[in-house]
Structure formats: C-alpha cells, structure tokens
Design a protein around this ligand. Structure first.
Ligand code: HEM
Ligand code: HEM
Length: 211
C-alpha cells in the first residue's frame, strides 16, 4: 500500500469511529425522550399501564441499536483496530458501568415482556424482579446519562448540521435510516403486542378487587 493510500485509510477509519459515536449519540437522544415518557407512566402505573406497555415495547429496538453501536466500538477496540484504539476507551467508571448497564437493561425489558406473557395473576416474583432491576438500572442510568448528556447533544447535532467539507463523515443517511427503522420497529412492536396484553389493560379493576 502506498503511503498516500495508507493515510487515506487512516482518515476514513477515524471517520468511521466518529460515525459510530454520532449514531450512538442520536440513539441516545431518542432513548432519553422515550425513557422520560416511560418514567412518567410509572408515577401512575395503574392508570397509565397501556402507555407503560406500549412505550416499554417501543424502547426494545432503539435499546438494541444502542447495544449494537456501543458493542461494535467495544469489539473493534478489543480487537485492536487502530482508529478505535486511537479513540481510546470510555472513562474508567463508565467503562465499568457499561456492561452492567446493558445487563440490567436486558433484565428490565426482559421481565417486562415476561409480565405480559404471564399476566397479572402470576406476576409475583417476576414483578419483583422487574421492580428490583428497575432500582439498580435507574442508579446506573442516572450516572450514565449525567456523564454523557452534553456529548450526546453535541454528537447528535453534528449529523443535523451541514456537513463540514474539510472533514467529511460519510454514512449520515445510513445512520438516520437506522434510527428511523428502530423507531418504526418499536412502534410496530408496541402496536402489535400491547393489544394482546388485555389481562393487564382491561382487567385492572378485577385484579384490584382481589387485593
Ligand atoms: C438505557 C439504555 C442504555 C444502554 C444499555 C446504554 C449503553 C451504553 C454503553 C454500553 C456505552 C459504552 C460505554 C460508555 O461510553 O459509557 C454507551 C455509550 C454512550 N451512551 Fe449509552 N446507553 C443507554 C442509554 C443512553 C442514553 C439515554 C443516553 C443519552 C444521554 C446515552 C448516551 C451515550 C453516549 C453519548 C455514549 C458515548 C458514545 C461514544 O462516545 O462513542 N446512552 N451507552
Ligand atoms: C417491554 C417493556 C416493559 C413492559 C412490558 C413492562 C410491564 C410492566 C408491568 C405489566 C408492570 C406491572 C404494573 C402493575 O403492577 O399494575 C410494570 C411495572 C413497573 N415497571 Fe415496567 N414494563 C416494561 C418496561 C419498563 C421500563 C423500561 C421501566 C423503567 C424505565 C419500567 C419500570 C417499571 C416499574 C418501576 C414498575 C412498578 C410500578 C409500581 O408498581 O409502582 N418498566 N411494568
């Protein structure tokens, strides 16, 4: 490879890292909005259970996309891809929190879906696991969001602004499509599955009567 071609490779590789981070940032903005809305439903869970289920299910594809983009950076860093090594790992605390946050998010969403499957009459331990994972998840997410929120806005804004011709970061269309696709898939998942959870959404009054 000529010296020139090598230099070009380095640049496009670093643009790849930057593109990866921008996608993570844009998904972060979407998650921030959806998680805030999901948080509101918890304040009056009985009355807002339909919204809780719909937004919870809607969150699944965007969360999956977030895990894919950060997992990709993780994999490239640990397989010693030069641009990702140059970018370096996240701050030590965030680096330690990352995998636990992914695990707790999976437990939170997983027990949520499980609750739909078993229904209110057999919710017992699963509801307990859902609530317990929420408490741990919330603490980790609070740190994660506080640490990343500034960077999130900066990263997401870069793909909204006019591209800098001196330092192009190709793939804006793909990044926007990936986020749009995750959102559409989430709405579809929520719209298809929420109406099947009638035991939660209709029978609340009956269940209340049992308690
Ligand atoms: C609840 C679901 C979420 C999961 C599972 C998750 C997971 C991760 C992981 C594992 C990392 C890599 C480690 C790190 O840099 O801390 C990361 C990075 C990041 N996250 Fe999250 N995150 C979530 C929500 C959010 C939210 C709501 C925001 C918005 C404030 C956000 C913004 C970011 C940013 C900006 C990065 C750094 C990207 C980079 O510089 O390449 N995340 N996330
Ligand atoms: C697929 C996604 C989700 C589904 C299907 C789901 C489902 C449920 C169900 C059926 C309940 C029981 C409601 C009741 O006792 O009447 C519940 C409670 C709860 N959920 Fe979720 N959930 C999901 C995601 C989430 C997320 C993302 C969070 C946090 C941001 C969360 C936090 C909670 C909390 C804190 C409770 C307990 C509320 C209380 O009893 O005061 N859930 N969820």
């Amino acid at each position: 490879m000529s010296h020139r071609a090598e230099a070009a490779d380095v640049t496009s590789g670093d643009a790849g890292v930057e593109g990866n981070s921008r996608l993570t940032g844009t998904v972060g903005v979407l998650l921030l909005i959806l998680l805030f809305a999901e948080g509101l439903t918890i304040l009056s869970i009985r009355g807002l259970i339909t919204w809780h289920l719909f937004i919870g299910l809607l969150l699944v594809p965007p969360v999956a996309l977030k895990i894919v983009t950060t997992g990709y950076r993780f994999a490239r860093y640990y397989t010693h891809a030069a641009p990702y090594v140059r970018r370096g790992p996240p701050h030590t605390i965030l680096r330690l929190i990352g995998p636990v946050l992914i695990a707790m998010t999976a437990v939170l969403l997983g027990t949520g879906v499980w609750l739909i499957i078993v229904g209110p009459d057999h919710a017992g331990l699963i509801l307990l696991a859902h609530k317990a994972s929420f408490v741990i998840w919330f603490g980790l997410t609070a740190i994660h969001v506080l640490a990343h929120v500034r960077e999130t806005v900066v990263l997401a804004a870069k793909d909204v602004r006019r591209p800098d011709p001196a330092r192009p970061v190709p793939g804006r269309g793909i990044r926007t499509s990936a986020v749009a696709l995750a959102l559409v898939a989430g709405v579809a998942l929520g719209a298809v599955v929420t109406p099947t959870a009638t035991a939660w959404t209709n029978a609340r009054a009956n269940v209340e009567g049992h308690r």
